[in-house]
Design a protein around this ligand. Structure first.
Ligand code: KMH
Ligand code: ZN
Length: 271
């Protein structure tokens, strides 16, 4: 089995210090959390950024500052900015970090319910436009799918030339689609041959989905964006603590951890 890529989603756009005081807002806090995850074994940092007061932003200059601060502490880590941003942001706002030509960025492949009255909107035209811009800017998409229909969209848009193969998927389970072994098997068997996948189990599903991915040959995403607890009712001290748990699980199950350069090869990244 190929080595395990661990992605750390260190910040997100919705989670706050009220959920866990270690959630990072400032540039320094974001760099600190990235470093803790990287040192523990993460090879990809999925990055959202905030204003100092915690307000989510897709501002290009804020991304530039955070990426520079992360680079100082984690010289070879793969940085994957979000183009999802926060619910309600415009497409133009969301696309800003791709102007920095990162190695990867997310490409959300459908509209979904995001709790309460929140709807995370990704129309067909949005997805195609984002796909085209990522391609033009040489950015490999991590295709975020919240249910099976979004996998089908991604396949359709790949055939229409908006996404290139090999495709890399992130199955976000526990937001709209439920997180069970059956769901994960269904998703992993629905993507084209030669694709890679990671799973982000949201909330209490985080480590269960991680365990399944480790044995199924997929990859794992953990981090405060998806879950702030290390155990039931016990807040994680850092993103690093969540990554450490996955590293331990992988070791027990006989799966080695990929370095950033090994992750680049597995994902066919150009840089
Ligand atoms: N914050 C969500 C609205 C992504 O990073 O691409 C979108 C999100 C997905 O987190
Ligand atoms: Zn995200």
């Amino acid at each position: 089995m190929e080595k395990l890529i661990i992605t750390a989603a260190i910040c997100g756009a919705e989670v706050t210090k009220e959920h866990n005081p270690a959630v990072p807002y400032t540039v320094e806090e974001i760099a600190r959390e990235a470093e803790s995850a990287y040192k523990a074994g993460a090879s990809i940092i999925h990055l959202h950024v905030r204003e100092d007061d915690g307000t989510p932003t897709q501002d290009k200059e804020r991304f530039r500052k955070c990426i520079e601060a992360i680079r100082e502490k984690c010289p070879d880590v793969i940085i994957q900015p979000s183009t999802g941003g926060a619910v309600g942001m415009t497409d133009l706002e969301r696309l800003q970090p791709t102007e920095l030509h990162p190695e990867m960025a997310t490409l959300d492949c459908g509209t979904c319910n995001f709790g309460g009255d929140e709807i995370f909107v990704n129309t067909e035209n949005t997805i195609k436009n984002f796909g085209k811009i990522l391609m033009e800017r040489g950015v490999k998409p991590e295709i975020e799918v919240f249910d099976k229909g979004m996998v089908d969209y991604a396949i359709r848009f790949q055939k229409q030339g908006f996404i290139q193969k090999p495709m890399h998927f992130d199955f976000v389970l526990g937001v709209q689609m439920s997180a069970s072994a059956r769901d994960l098997v269904f998703m992993s068997e629905s993507i084209p041959e030669g694709s890679t996948w990671t799973v982000a189990g949201v909330g209490r599903h985080q480590f269960q989905m991680a365990a399944l991915a480790i044995v199924m040959g997929g990859h794992v995403r953990v981090g405060f964006e998806d879950n702030v607890y290390i155990d039931k009712g016990v807040l994680a001290k850092s993103n690093g603590e969540l990554v450490e748990r996955v590293v331990r699980m992988a070791k027990e199950l006989g799966r080695e951890i990929a370095t950033p350069d090994e992750a680049r090869k597995i994902l066919s990244l150009k840089k």
